[in-house]
Design a protein around this ligand. Structure first.
Ligand SMILES: Nc1nc2c(c(=O)[nH]1)N=C([C@H](O)[C@H](O)COP(=O)(O)OP(=O)(O)OP(=O)(O)O)CN2
Ligand SMILES: [Zn+2]
Length: 120
């Protein structure tokens, strides 16, 4: 794959992880300032004539979706799987692949020190 672009999006949300020992800190409800990064890729021949994989501006539909569905929500109420960073990356990838067929990777950060990613 020749080209890649990425764009970051931010939101705040709470979650509580299931399937952990009761004493684990993440078994209690708590919140994060999440960062989600979308990565889109294209071969040289598939670049648009202007030189874009896709206009960054077109990713505003993803930003609108985050604002409406994830920002200041309790993620356990929104996602149908345990809301770990790994599961969120895969869930976002599967949810948005039809809208952005060039999507190659979704990364999710819960803290400045951690990243999880799901890659096609
Ligand atoms: N592989 C994963 N591990 C953890 C996840 C996850 O989604 N995937 N999630 C959590 C918690 O929800 C939260 O992210 C806490 O993470 P952690 O880095 O352990 O928290 P701290 O900031 O308190 O860690 P420090 O060591 O103090 O920096 C846990 N694990
Ligand atoms: Zn957490």
């Amino acid at each position: 794959m020749g080209f890649k672009i990425t764009k970051k999006f931010e939101f705040s949300a709470s979650h509580q992880l299931a399937d952990l020992p009761a004493e684990h800190q993440c078994a209690r409800m708590h919140g994060h300032n999440y960062v989600v990064e979308l990565e889109l890729g294209a071969e040289d021949a598939d670049l648009l004539p202007v030189g874009f994989i896709r206009d960054y501006g077109e990713l505003s539909t993803f930003k609108d979706w985050i604002d409406k569905n994830l920002d200041h929500r309790h993620l356990n109420d929104v996602m149908d799987v345990n809301p770990t960073a790994e599961n969120m990356a895969a869930w976002v990838y599967r949810t948005w692949l039809l809208e952005y067929p060039e999507l190659t990777c979704v990364r999710v950060s819960e803290t400045p020190k951690t990243w999880a990613e799901y890659r096609a």
